[in-house]
Write a protein that binds this ligand. Structure first.
Ligand code: C2E
Ligand code: CA
Ligand code: CA
Ligand code: CA
Length: 279
């Protein structure tokens, strides 16, 4: 880049240019990724802090590109959202989870727990209800087999729309969790009115809770708030035994994170080592 004076725009920045080129390249490939079967789903267990049992799974989307390898959702989810491709891909994720469901439980030797699927703000249309109902019907699953995760900021984007969709999902019997909780700006009065199955505490708070008193206080306040509203609490990004113990002492219900397992393909679920978190 040319030497730019302070407060002057730099007209050509090679790093920025490379970023734009990679984005453009990924976007071009993304249009065909679904029909080329390049998406896959990895599953991460959610573990009860009370008894150490696996009480759920979160489905996490992966894009395996033949030349560029496994691409991180942080990089391609925003592209899916901007291009509108998140709608067909979101439907695929729901259907694949429906097809995988019984094998997931079988691999873990469990009989009955929900698999959580992430949904974007762009999927929050009345058509979502029909898509979810179809997946349940096609795979002969009970409604409690599925849960949806929606980020706090997506949920607060259009409160009236969120409320009516959450009500329809509740009628269907499918729970909704608020993801990345603590990073958005919820109206607490509004939150109390939403039918919510669980709050997921954002992993930034969990990551700092052993070193920063404020973050620990935030975690403990979220646990108290949720329990007062009769809502379950899931801590995400639990990486260490000390975080596990602190969360258990606070009365947090469920932990999810690398301590228990990284997200893994269905074929590796049976190999998860449960001795690391045995309580
Ligand atoms: P998220 O929903 O907050 O998912 C949790 C992320 O934290 C996952 O990243 C997971 O791999 C990661 N994680 C889990 N445990 C730990 C830990 O102990 N430490 C650390 N550092 N990270 C941990 P991932 O899989 O890269 O997904 C990133 C985001 O992409 C997700 O964040 C979610 O917002 C989005 N996403 C993933 N799959 C889907 C999908 O099917 N649909 C939509 N709309 N979004 C998705
Ligand atoms: Ca999530
Ligand atoms: Ca999250
Ligand atoms: Ca997150």
């Amino acid at each position: 880049a040319k030497q730019a004076g302070r407060n002057r725009f730099c007209l050509y920045d090679p790093a920025l240019h490379e970023g734009i080129q990679r984005r453009q390249m990924l976007e071009n490939y993304l249009y065909n990724a679904l029909e080329r079967r390049q998406f896959e789903i990895h599953y991460q267990p959610q573990v009860s802090l009370r008894d150490g049992r696996i009480v759920g799974l979160e489905a996490l989307l992966r894009w395996r590109h033949p030349e560029h390898g496994l691409i991180n959702p942080a990089e391609f989810i925003p592209l899916l959202e901007e291009t509108g491709l998140i709608e067909p891909v979101g439907v695929w994720v729901l259907q694949q989870v429906g097809r995988d469901y019984r094998q997931c439980l079988g691999a873990l030797g469990e009989t009955d727990f929900p698999v959580a699927v992430n949904v974007s703000a762009r999927q929050l249309a009345p058509s979502l209800i029909g898509q979810v109902a179809a997946v349940l019907k096609d795979n002969a699953l009970e409604p409690h087999c599925l849960k949806l995760e929606l980020t706090e900021s997506a949920a607060m984007d259009d409160p009236a729309r969120t409320l009516s969709l959450f009500d329809s999902l509740q009628e269907l019997g499918v729970g909704v969790c608020i993801d990345d909780f603590g990073t958005g700006y919820s109206s607490l009065a509004y939150l109390a009115r939403l039918p919510i199955a669980a709050l997921k505490i954002d992993r930034s708070f969990i990551g700092n809770m052993m070193t920063h008193t404020e973050d620990r206080e935030v975690v403990s306040a979220i646990v108290a708030l949720a329990h007062n509203l009769g809502i379950q609490v899931i801590a995400e990004g639990v990486e260490t035994p000390s975080q596990w113990r602190a969360l258990r002492e606070m009365g947090c219900d469920v932990a999810q994170g690398y301590l228990c397992s990284r997200p893994v393909p269905l074929a590796q679920l049976a190999d998860i080592d449960r001795t690391v978190w045995e309580v």
